[in-house]
Design a protein around this ligand. Structure first.
Ligand code: G3H
Ligand code: 13P
Ligand code: NA
Ligand code: ZN
Length: 328
């Protein structure tokens, strides 16, 4: 059945687990994620970005999500809008059957310019006011994603902040977080602690200087009843980099967010963990492998099936590691 983010994360908080939110934009990803949820008996969050919505079409996404619920009636499915950039994109997602939306007012509607406090509070409150009337959940964000190593917002994939950012902008202030939740009534709060989107988060295994998990602990102390969200939380496993590179890819050496740091977050109020890059890499590695081992192959199912299997395996691992398994 469909479930809202609030229902799911309230349950996760009560039982002390976290829920991975996997980005999807096509049928293969949706089916692979559902298969993992079924195999591990996990509730699931599938999220679509604005880019995913324009890639797949809202009508296709709505019917795909209906199909997932029909195929797996015993699995709770939250359908979430990732990084809504203005109230309008949140409202059209709700019209398309999403049970939860993110209003990311940490950046202006261009998705690049860091927004000021008043803007963020106003757009976020506008969305919570409307969404809550219809029983839909809302995630907000305070602080800007980006690298504490370089001071750069994550602009690599085109939706991060631009230019050099200060330490203050890159880390969420715990007192401001408390004020933001009180003023906006968000159901979940995404916080910034040094992660960025995409494959290139850290140039070495992150320590406390570049991955500021202590910020999450402080926010959780101030806001013990708020569900926290970690964005940019792919672990970018070396094995996945290696498979892509072995079959002709070009991923430069890089580090993501170690699973044990996410587990530390889960012990400190993190309930939703956003993962896209790992999913993309898992599938891409298999597509590269099959096509390079079988250059004459042109049946799309021959490479998409192993790609789906690799995604299912990754999702099963995260459901187990985050304690989601067994809670469906
Ligand atoms: O945070 C962004 C997600 O990784 C989605 O990326 O905008 O390329 O679909 P996208
Ligand atoms: P990754 O790029 O680390 O997978 O982050 C995804 C994300 O935060 C989606 O909102
Ligand atoms: Na989101
Ligand atoms: Zn994100």
């Amino acid at each position: 059945a469909r479930i809202t983010l609030r229902q799911l994360l309230d349950h996760a908080a009560e039982h002390g687990y976290g829920v991975p939110a996997f980005n999807i934009s096509n049928m293969e990803q949706a089916l692979a994620v559902m298969e993992a949820a079924d195999a591990t008996k996990s509730p699931v969050i599938m999220q679509a970005s604005r880019g995913a919505r324009s890639y797949a079409n809202d009508i296709m996404l709505r019917h795909m999500m209906d199909a997932c619920v029909e195929i797996y009636p015993h699995i709770p499915v939250c359908v979430h809008l990732d990084h809504g950039n203005e109230p309008g994109s949140c409202m059209t997602a709700i019209q398309s059957g999403f049970t939860s939306v993110m209003m990311d007012g940490s950046l202006e509607a261009d998705g690049k310019t860091p927004a000021d406090w008043t803007y963020n509070v106003n757009v976020t409150r506008q969305v919570t006011t409307m969404a809550h009337l219809g029983g839909i959940s809302v995630e907000g964000e305070l602080g800007v994603l980006g690298s504490l190593e370089s001071g750069m917002g994550d602009q690599e994939d085109g939706h991060g902040a631009e230019g050099q950012l200060s330490h203050d902008q890159l880390l969420t202030d715990p007192d401001e977080a408390a004020k933001f939740v009180a003023e906006t009534k968000v159901d979940a709060l995404a916080v910034a602690m040094g992660t960025s989107h995409g494959a290139y988060k850290f140039t070495r295994k992150p320590d406390g200087d570049v991955l500021a998990m202590h910020v999450i602990e402080e926010i959780h102390r101030k806001l013990p009843n708020t569900h926290l969200v970690m964005h940019g939380s792919s672990s970018v496993p070396e094995e996945l980099q290696e498979i892509i590179n072995r079959y002709g890819g070009d991923i430069k050496p890089t580090w993501g967010v170690p699973v044990e740091e996410i587990q530390r977050g889960i012990r400190n109020g993190v309930r939703k963990i956003n993962i896209d890059t790992d999913c993309r890499m898992a599938m891409t590695g298999q597509v590269r492998r099959v096509l390079s081992e079988n250059p004459a192959e042109f049946d799309v199912r021959k490479y998409l099936k192993p790609a789906m299997a690799a995604l299912t395996k990754l999702c099963c691992e995260r459901f187990e590691q985050f304690g989601t398994a067994g809670h469906a």
